[in-house]
Structure formats: C-alpha cells, structure tokens
Design a protein around this ligand. Sequence first.
Ligand SMILES: N[C@@H](CCC(=O)N[C@@H](CS)C(=O)NCC(=O)O)C(=O)O
Length: 206
Amino acid sequence: MKLYIAPYAPNPRRVTMFLAEKGITHIEIVQLDLPKGEHRGGEFRAKSPLAQVPTLELDDGRTLTESRAICTYLEALYPEVNLLGADAFERASIEMWDRRAELMFAMPLMLWVRHGSPLLAQVEKNQNAEVAVYYQAQAMRMAKWLDGELSGRPWIAGERFTNADITAACGIDFAKMMRWRPGEDFPNLKRWREAIAERPAGKVPA
Ligand SMILES: N[C@@H](CCC(=O)N[C@@H](CS)C(=O)NCC(=O)O)C(=O)O
C-alpha cells in the first residue's frame, strides 16, 4: 500500500497520526509538493479525482481518499490499537465526536488558516479576509465549548484516546500558522493538547 500525503497538510496528518498510534510503519509514504501542483497532474488525479491528499493506494491499484474513510479501512485491517470503537455504542459515539471535531471545530480552524494565512496564498487562489475573520470567530466559539466538555473527561470521546482527538488536534495544530494555540484561556484544551504530545500520535510533525 502507498499513502500519498503532503508536508504541513492537516488532513493527511490525520492518517499519519492514526498510523503512529497503531504502530504501523510498513505502509509506503509518498510526499507530494502541493505548492508545485504535483497533486494536480493527470497521473495523481487518476488515483484521487478531486486531486487531494491523503490518498491511499492499495496493492491492487484501488484507491481511497477522505482521511476518515482511510482510517476506517486501516482500522479494519489493523484492529489494534483500537481508535474507532470496540462495540456498537462506542463506534457510534466516537463517530459522533469525530464528526463534531471535524465539522464544527477543525473545519472552521482550517478555513480560517486557508483564507487568512499569507503563506498559503500560492495554493489558495481565492483567499478572502472576511471569510477568515468569520471562521476564526466560529472556531473560537467551538474552542470554548470543547474546553468546557474537556473539563469533565480526559479525551474528547470519553475516557480513552480516539480518532476524535486526532481530528481536533490536526485542526488546532494547523492554526499555528495563524499563531494560535490553546493557552491559559482554554485550560482544558491546553491540558488535553499537552497530553497528546506525549503519545505516539503527538510525535508526528505538524
Ligand atoms: N475531506 C478531505 C479533505 C482533503 C483535503 O482538503 N486535502 C488538502 C490537504 S489538507 C488538499 O489536498 N489540498 C489540495 C487541493 O485541494 O488543491 C479529507 O478529509 O481527506
């Protein structure tokens, strides 16, 4: 299998953090240069019709895109360490938190960065400062909410580390490009992010 990723890109990192936490090291990693447009060529587009990373290519040539779908596939192949839930309720509960982490938190953070960071101007041709401000406010509202949630438990989906933590951490780490990270004003989020840094997933470079 080959996993196509790109430096600094948050969605591929969701998969590389997932692999690190499971201790999977035998999947070949192929780095694409997004600013150079390596992902837009016909050869890669045949693997990933939306020209996006991450893309997982199986040995028989079939491909999967969408970071969560790739993680679902990898969890089925390598069930331990379990990151997506051990029984019906836990699987659904982790999916619920993962979707919240992605749609309500990581997505606004990423749109803030994509529209607001001058470093991305080359890749993001339609940057809009007003959109950046809108999503920054939305992301900060969700950060406050998540901070409250984390006052009562160690991890986003409950008592153990799961994929929902990876999804939220990738959003937060991408926002370093806007010089934001949870500080003393988000004490639970800060404690949670520091705990991730101690884990295998936390060692994967942002
Ligand atoms: N929903 C997709 C999003 C993938 C995505 O947006 N990938 C970005 C990198 S983080 C990308 O490939 N951007 C290049 C482009 O869209 O031109 C997922 O979760 O995998």
